[in-house]
Design a binder for this molecule. Structure first.
Ligand SMILES: NC(=O)c1ccc[n+]([C@@H]2O[C@H](COP(=O)([O-])OP(=O)(O)OC[C@H]3O[C@@H](n4cnc5c(N)ncnc54)[C@H](OP(=O)(O)O)[C@@H]3O)[C@@H](O)[C@H]2O)c1
Length: 273
């Protein structure tokens, strides 16, 4: 069977949060969209809701993307049922709260699995399909891919690694016509933003650590702003986007002048009171 002319996109972690918003936009842009997650019930529900009013139903596949065998099955299924793959958005990721002082090797492994190995598995398994379509991979980082504020436990370690994976892969895959980009958002607005880390905060951390971004004084981004950046990365093949935009020069200044960077981070992560 020859491949269809309809572009196909895979969004990992597409059943909730940012991944779901990205899947919605890709549906609106007329992609055939696949979403993955580990929980069949939430995936099925998301796929049903996202398919409402769409010309073609969303496909979903239960897969833990930290497991190479799950990812292999997933990509084989996409190849069989959709015959092509044009865009991958690697959105699976987990944040953290804590101090480096209390960070255990097990927690580092978990965070690297969730934020880095997940993406590595999906990228490696999809290379042949992406080379055929001259496709695009978008990895979802965080401001923690660029700076390492206080109270985020091992999150910055993992998201910095994801940034490294993204830049190296972009250079490696350029000759094959595959683009790899990173979108690094600050805290994203959502109903449970202030309560997600209530159970994860260790003794001795200030209350602000429970807040989005570990209490970083950056206003919550509307999810659409981040989705727009993902679409820009796909359409314009942008290598590296930071949202909110105004933080890019501050981050660059911090990298050029580390003392100034530390001062800025302390200022942005100090409680107002
Ligand atoms: N939320 C923010 O404020 C924010 C800010 C900056 C960056 N980010 C980044 O944006 C991304 C999405 O964050 P979010 O807060 O929107 O996520 P979320 O609401 O926690 O949703 C996570 C999604 O990923 C799925 N998932 C988790 N682990 C998985 C695994 N191993 N295999 C397959 N699916 C898995 C979840 O479904 P199951 O649980 O059913 O598997 C769910 O669909 C992450 O990379 C995060 O680091 C978020």
């Amino acid at each position: 069977m020859s491949p269809s002319t309809i572009p196909v996109a895979l969004v990992t972690g597409g059943s909730a949060g940012l991944g779901r918003a990205i899947a919605m936009r890709l549906v609106e842009k007329d992609y055939q969209v696949w979403i993955t997650g580990r929980t069949e019930r939430t995936l099925r529900q998301a796929a049903t809701e996202l398919s409402l009013g769409s010309r073609r139903p969303i496909q979903f596949a239960v897969a833990d993307v930290t497991r190479p065998q799950d990812v292999e099955q997933l990509i084989l299924r996409i190849a069989k049922e959709s015959q092509r793959l044009d865009v991958i958005v690697n959105c699976v990721g987990t944040s953290d709260r804590g101090l480096i002082e209390g960070l255990t090797p097990d927690r580092v492994h978990e965070l690297i699995d969730q934020n880095v190995v997940s993406t590595l598995n999906v990228c490696q398994a999809s290379l042949a399909l992406l080379a055929e379509s001259q496709g695009v991979i978008v990895n979802i980082g965080s401001l923690a891919s660029k700076v390492s504020p206080r109270f985020l436990g091992g999150y910055s370690i993992a998201k910095h690694s994801l940034a490294a994976l993204t830049s190296q892969l972009r250079l490696e895959l350029k000759p094959q016509g595959i683009h790899v980009g990173l979108v690094s958002p600050g805290p994203i607005r959502r109903d449970d933003a202030g309560s997600r880390y209530n159970d994860h905060v260790e003794d001795g951390l200030p209350d602000q650590a429970k807040k989005p971004g570990g209490g970083t004084r950056v206003s919550g981004l509307p999810p659409e702003v981040v989705v727009d950046a993902v679409m820009k990365c796909i359409v314009k093949r942008s290598p590296d986007l930071i949202r909110p935009r105004y933080l890019r020069p501050l981050i660059a200044i911090g990298h050029l002048f580390p003392r100034c960077g530390d001062w800025l981070l302390m200022k942005f992560t100090s409680s107002k009171s």
